[in-house]
Design a protein around this ligand. Structure first.
Ligand code: ADP
Ligand code: ADP
Length: 233
């Protein structure tokens, strides 16, 4: 069964009298544990699709189901990571990662168990993301790559089943991006996280994905889907 089921998704924006069709008739199923990349030219609706799945934006038509349930706004089962890290500058790395514990107020049953302490989970993520040596540092003391590691750790804190990433490595230099690619693949497997990843970089899309979804603009739609062959296929 798909963890994400998108059916006939539509999104229109009204922009001074004219309608922009940002998404038209988008159908997509994503399996649990799959790593799917959305790639395409600027303006083809990648970010809009991701934001709708994340519950940050309402659809104009169609449906998005997660685990067979229609989404209703943001949920702790879906964490988002953006190009800009948006860390809290006044909190240490460790406290930035633990902060999302506050989301507990609107958590559902599927999240952090009460036996797992925030400290334990944060420590595990700090090790997993290679942040041990900067655990007490503050965001402005870190490189972009390290800040994005913190943002990813924070996103994973409540054990989301789905990680939604919008050009997360777009601001990083080529060498750092390569390191981050291998890290996010490793982490998504270990954490058993389903990933939907937006990029305009075709090479990045193919390197990371089990499946590459190519989008096209005006109106934003899925133009092609390519399954990347695995070595053991
Ligand atoms: P991409 O992420 O592929 O670059 P977007 O999802 O950002 O594409 O945008 C798709 C289309 O929808 C573009 O034409 C964009 O200008 C338009 N759009 C996105 N957000 C808004 C908005 N809030 N208001 C009006 N138009 C928007
Ligand atoms: P990205 O493509 O990386 O998502 P954009 O610069 O296209 O970044 O969009 C940033 C923000 O501006 C988003 O919230 C998007 O919805 C909004 N936006 C994009 N295009 C338009 C537009 N034509 N009119 C109004 N808002 C827009």
């Amino acid at each position: 069964n798909p963890i994400i089921q998108i059916r006939q998704l539509q999104k229109r924006f009204a922009a001074n009298g004219t309608d922009i069709v940002a998404l038209q008739d988008v159908d997509l199923d994503i399996a649990p544990g799959e790593f799917v990349t959305l790639v395409g030219a600027s303006g083809c609706g990648k970010s809009t699709l991701l934001r709708i799945v994340g519950g940050l934006e309402p659809a104009s038509g169609g449906s998005v189901d997660v685990d067979g349930q229609p989404i209703a706004g943001p949920g702790i089962d879906r964490a988002m990571v953006f190009q800009h890290y948006s860390l809290y500058p006044w909190l240490s790395v460790t406290d930035n990662i633990k902060f999302c514990r506050q989301l507990k107020v609107h958590r559902d049953v599927s999240t952090l168990s009460d036996v797992e302490s925030a400290e334990g989970r944060a420590d595990a993520l700090i090790r997993l993301m290679g942040l041990s040596h900067v655990a007490n540092a503050y965001p402005n003391q870190l490189s972009g790559g390290m800040q994005q590691r913190v943002a990813i750790a924070r996103a994973l804190m409540a054990r989301p089943r789905i990680l939604l990433m919008d050009e997360p490595f777009g601001a990083l230099d080529a060498q750092t991006r390569e390191v981050m690619h291998d890290l996010i693949l490793h982490v998504s497997i270990l954490e058993k996280t389903t990933v939907l990843f937006v990029t305009h970089d075709v090479e990045e899309a193919i390197y990371l994905a089990h499946r590459v979804v190519l989008m096209a603009p005006r109106p934003g739609r899925i133009a092609a889907v390519h399954t990347v062959p695995l070595p053991d296929h």
